[in-house]
Design a protein around this ligand. Structure first.
Ligand code: ADP
Length: 453
């Protein structure tokens, strides 16, 4: 009510001034009264005029964008203007905070590794992040308000949308048909729906690889086990002569050996995958590795091949000695196994210009067709399964070699030509090579083919 008092006072003063004016002009009491009335009317009129002007100014400001301050009038209108402006500014601040929160929320949904798609009650797209756009082949702006089933036509997805509640994720191929998506649909609000898509291509691939691996291992173990079971049955049911018994026992020993080698290779692979990178300050003399590999290969060859190993190799390599030995032995033994009698196997060492070192194992054996080279390091991959098994192979050797070399920061190169021979090169990075006197390289066979990573 404070705004009323100045107006009341001004009207009283105007009436008093009018009354006094009437009295001074010497009129009777009635003239003073008339003067007071006229004075009061003029006073009220002036106040009303002033209020109208102030009111108009305030309405003008309200009708505009209210960007500047409200008219700074005193009294009633000033008070209204101030309160309205404060309320508008509070609301603007609140709206700005809401806008920022919404922006942050949208940025968070945009940053999600999953696809997020929001649908209205008629399954029209209201918003989607870029991952969902990529998964479903949508344009986040252009496809807004489009029925999603017009754009995503996968039967599994459409069927899931038609269900009221879907608890189980739907698995469907991605837009390009190369990957797999897992879709979850949830209802929220009043009939609105949230679609979350997750790319499970890698997981599916890993699962398939695991399944293949288990199937391969089971198959590899089942074969010698079946043979062993057969022999055991034979020995139990049939009276065998001494030479027959010895022959059966030899064959049983071979099958047992085959299983032992397989289990040993599997354990080696598991160990390689589970252990940290080998130390780079443990130096192993190459000469020692070559000597052991040569002894091993000579035992396997039984004089059927000619060997050439580096003489007095002073170089050293840094890493795990057992792993290096396993890699070199595997490659040299392969050379023996896949080189017919009378062939030559040459092992060489050289330090390259960039400081990296290479152990090359060349043979004059059966060679490998180009198409197989990229797959040689896959587990259980064999060019000729029966030859590999007949020579005691597990199909895991080159897989182990690749792991060992990669764990030491190097790589495996394979060059080969059918009927002429193969050359396996184990390359180690400069940091793991302590150069010695270089050995002359062996002749090139053909252009390099990098093995499968
Ligand atoms: P395996 O135990 O079968 O030898 P590896 O992983 O060591 O398994 O080798 C994979 C395949 O690569 C072999 O089955 C064989 O076909 C081929 N291979 C490996 N080394 C040679 C070689 N020196 N000459 C020809 N083929 C080879």
């Amino acid at each position: 009510m404070t705004w009323l008092f100045p107006r009341f006072l001004a009207s009283v003063l105007a009436m008093a001034a009018g009354g006094l004016l009437g009295y001074w002009t010497g009129g009777p009491i009635r003239a003073s009264l008339l003067g007071a009335l006229i004075g009061g009317a003029i006073g009220v009129g002036i106040i009303a005029l002033l209020d109208t002007v102030r009111g108009y100014r305030l309405i003008h400001w309200l009708a505009g964008s209210q960007e500047g301050a409200a008219p700074r009038d005193t009294g009633f209108w000033g008070e209204i203007g101030y309160r309205v402006e404060r309320s508008i500014r509070n609301r603007e601040r609140g709206a700005e905070q809401e806008r920022l929160r919404l922006e942050q929320f949208i940025s968070a949904m945009e940053a999600s590794p999953n696809g997020i798609l929001l649908l209205d009650e008629r399954d029209q797209i209201t918003w989607c992040n870029s991952v969902a756009a990529d998964h479903f082949g949508l344009d986040p702006k252009r496809d807004r308000q489009q029925p999603v089933t017009n754009l995503v036509r996968s039967p599994g997805f459409v069927a899931a949308l038609q269900l009221e509640r879907t608890q189980e994720p739907v698995v469907m191929p991605d837009l390009h048909g190369r990957g797999t998506l897992s879709i979850v649909i949830r209802t929220y609000g009043e009939g609105l729906r949230l679609v979350i898509s997750h790319d499970i291509t890698q997981r599916e691939r890993a699962d398939a690889m695991r399944r293949d691996f288990v199937a391969n291992v089971s198959h590899e173990i089942r074969t010698p086990l079946t043979v062993l079971a057969g022999f055991i049955e034979t020995m139990g049911n049939l009276p065998l002569t001494e030479p027959e018994r010895r022959r059966v026992l030899t064959l049983m020993g071979q099958q047992t050996q085959r299983m032992q080698t397989l289990v040993a290779d599997l354990l080696t692979l598991a160990q390689l995958e589970g252990s940290p990178r080998p130390a780079s300050d443990r130096w192993v003399p190459l000469a020692k590795l070559f000597a052991q590999a040569q002894a091993d290969a000579a035992g396997l060859s039984m004089g059927r091949h000619q060997f050439k190993f580096p003489e007095q190799c002073p170089a050293q390599v840094a890493g795990n000695e057992a792993e290096f030995l396993s890699a070199i032995t595997n490659v040299v033994n392969n050379a023996v196994r896949y080189t017919p009698e009378g062939g030559a196997i040459t092992v060489s060492w050289r330090v390259r210009e960039d400081g990296s070192g290479e152990v090359a194992v060349a043979d004059t054996g059966i060679g490998i067709d180009r198409e197989h080279i990229p797959r040689l390091t896959e587990r259980f991959y064999r060019v000729d399964g029966s030859r590999s098994r007949d020579t005691g192979g597990t199909g895991l050797g080159l897989s182990i070699v690749k792991h060992v070399v990669q764990r030491h920061g190097g790589e495996l190169e394979v060059r080969s030509e059918v009927g002429k021979g193969s050359r396996f090169i184990l390359i180690l990075p400069p940091a793991r090579v302590r150069a010695g006197r270089s050995d002359p390289g062996t002749p090139q066979i053909n252009a390099p083919e990098r093995s499968a990573a």
